[in-house]
Design a protein around this ligand. Structure first.
Ligand SMILES: *[C@@H]1O[C@H](CO)[C@@H](O)[C@H](O)[C@H]1NC(C)=O
Ligand SMILES: *[C@@H]1O[C@H](CO)[C@@H](O)[C@H](O)[C@H]1NC(C)=O
Length: 153
């Protein structure tokens, strides 16, 4: 069941893949379903499913209705699987139909004007071989469909 759930999350991530505007050479965008991956100055567009260095798992922990508004809490884990190098920068895309006003609450993460999520100021890196957790509560019924757009080691 858990395996199925993971499969569904992966499918969902791909099905609603973001138009990724990050790119490597001549600013040519990596495109949907890929991560712009930079390590030691070398940049590559890597399919999300083939990017073993960094993974993102998100799950809807709970949802409820209050006073006519629907709320859903999401817990997210980013794992830096690289054993040698810290992540110094990461950009996570969010479904474009989710606006600033739809966040009832968020923790351990910072939202840019563009809607992308980045590391908070007090956590400027994800150390090698560690996980980083964040979360938020959204109002409404839109799914966030998180996807890593760009990562720098
Ligand atoms: C419930 O929603 C109504 C209409 O938006 C508002 O006037 C009222 O203050 C809300 N009540 C609570 C407890 O939030
Ligand atoms: C990576 O983390 C795992 C789990 O905490 C640990 O068992 C392992 O020794 C670590 N590997 C390195 C190279 O630090």
């Amino acid at each position: 069941m858990k395996f199925l759930a993971v499969l569904c999350i992966i499918f969902f991530t791909i099905a609603f893949a973001h138009a990724n505007h990050y790119g490597c050479y001549n600013n040519s965008p990596c495109g949907a379903g890929r991560i712009c991956h930079t390590s030691k100055g070398s940049c590559n567009c890597i399919e999300i499913s083939h990017c073993f260095d960094v993974t993102l798992d998100s799950s809807k922990k709970s949802d409820w209705d209050f006073n006519g508004t629907h709320y859903a809490q999401y817990d997210v884990t980013i794992k830096n699987n690289n054993l040698m190098t810290d992540i110094s920068d990461i950009f996570v895309g969010v479904n474009s139909n989710i606006a600033a006003k739809d966040y009832h609450q968020m923790w351990n993460i910072r939202r840019l004007e563009t809607g992308e999520l980045v590391l908070p100021y007090y956590q400027p890196a994800i150390a090698k071989n560690t996980t980083f957790n964040f979360g938020f509560i959204l109002t409404g019924n839109n799914e966030p469909n998180l996807a890593i757009l760009a990562v720098t080691y």
